[in-house]
Design a protein around this ligand. Structure first.
Ligand SMILES: *Cc1c(COP(=O)(O)O)cnc(C)c1O
Length: 396
């Protein structure tokens, strides 16, 4: 939203700043790597690698194959290839399952006439991005209820038109559902690929190998979240055969995924990001984030009606330590959603996590907080909550 409020103070570049010229107010990204709020914070060395790559030209297919091999070697999985975000990976998972390496089928998608095009998905695993699977021409066969599913329901749904089975990596969709190890077993005993969306399941870094080692054929990860590559990148990891099928269905070939092209510069950036991501000591990284989030928790400790704590649930929602501020019984201010929008409309404008069913409050994700912004976030959150708790209007 352009505010038209070019007060200048929010634009480090002053009158010469691009955002100033456009009338777009920048924000402090304290809500995690959400695409609408500009995704991730690319590592500086990623941008350096991209600039360097502008000076060299390659055969893109050779470059993609070699880069995929380097990713696989760095991570320690059999095969990998590059995608346009984890979303692009989902399109390719479907295309690979339907067209495999058949040139005629690859050229024909999204028309699936004569091809097995059904992807089985547990009803409770439907999620916000799953329409990407339909781009390649596939159809969902939904099994179970929104709350539950059994092995038998998946097995009964398998037929001559089944192309694969989808699984969403999500800690809160395990109880009552068929678990990943079981969907893998069912898929493989029917000679089908198991396609996993684990886009945001990093850290922990061990997930980079965990799912592939369990037997998943293709797992999609985002480069534009904790890996801190350029926002438009992602990767598919998995079995060499399925990774090759995905690559054949991907740009730069003339395929259903042609529009998902990833440039040579972005590929160079992703390789650098993965290398840096893997080189970080995860325990130390988490300790640093915990210390940063504690600064915010300490600032708001005295605000009437709130309880603040650093929360970290590896494998679940708080993948990185967050500053979680909960509104208690005695909180006199507005609800989570109202407060979230108030921060987005504030000065400075702050994007943080709000409006989640499990959190009556707000939370701060450290990933995209830039050097120098932590204190601004802490002080703005404290001052805004103090005003809100006293029932004052949240005027800017
Ligand atoms: C973020 C996310 C995506 C999309 O990833 P991009 O890299 O932004 O394309 C897909 N699925 C899930 C579960 C996600 O969390």
């Amino acid at each position: 939203m352009a505010s038209g409020n070019n007060s200048g103070g929010e634009h480090p570049g002053g009158n010469g700043d691009l955002l100033y010229r456009l009338g777009v107010t920048p924000l402090i990204a304290a809500g995690g790597p959400n695409t609408m709020h500009s995704g991730t914070r690319p590592r500086p060395e990623v941008l350096e690698a991209m600039v360097k790559m502008t000076e060299q030209f390659v055969r893109l297919d050779e470059f993609i194959i070699a880069a995929g091999q380097e990713i696989a070697d760095m991570i320690g999985v059999p095969a990998a290839t590059i995608t346009s975000g984890a979303s692009g990976g989902l399109v390719l998972q479907a295309a690979a399952a339907i067209a495999k390496d058949d040139p005629k089928a690859i050229a024909q998608l999204p028309n699936t006439d004569g091809l097995a095009n059904e992807l089985i998905i547990q009803r409770g695993h439907r999620f916000g991005y799953d329409q990407l699977y339909l781009v390649a021409g596939s159809k969902f066969v939904e099994v179970g209820t929104p709350e539950s599913c059994t092995r038998e329901e998946i097995i009964e749904a398998i037929g001559p038109n089944t192309a694969g089975i989808i699984h969403l990596e999500s800690a809160d969709r395990e109880e009552g559902f068929v678990l990943l190890e079981d969907t893998i077993e069912i898929a493989h005993s029917h000679d089908l690929p198991l396609l996993l969306d684990a886009a945001s399941s990093l850290p922990p870094r061990e997930n980079l190998t965990k799912f592939v080692n369990m037997g998943v054929d293709l797992v999609s990860f985002s480069g534009g979240k904790a890996v801190r590559s350029i926002q438009s990148t992602g990767m598919l990891l998995g079995k060499p055969k399925w990774v090759e099928y995905a690559r054949l269905n991907n740009a730069p070939n003339s395929t259903v995924a042609r529009a998902q092209k990833v440039s040579k510069e972005e590929i160079a950036g992703l390789l650098t990001a993965i290398k840096s991501f893997l080189a970080v000591d995860e325990e130390e990284e988490m300790a640093n984030y915990r210390r940063d989030m504690q600064v915010i928790v300490d600032q708001v400790a005295e605000v009437p009606g709130v309880t603040a704590s650093v929360q970290h649930e590896p494998g679940a929602f708080y993948r990185l330590p967050h500053a979680v501020i909960e509104f208690g019984e005695s909180w006199k201010g507005p609800d989570s959603t109202f407060m979230g929008h108030a921060f987005l409309a504030g000065n400075p404008r702050i994007y943080l996590r709000f409006g989640h069913s499990f959190l009556n409050g707000i939370a701060i994700d450290p990933l995209n907080i830039q050097p120098g912004e932590l204190e601004i976030v802490a002080e703005t959150v404290r001052a805004t909550l103090v005003r809100a708790s006293s029932g004052d209007q949240l005027a800017n």
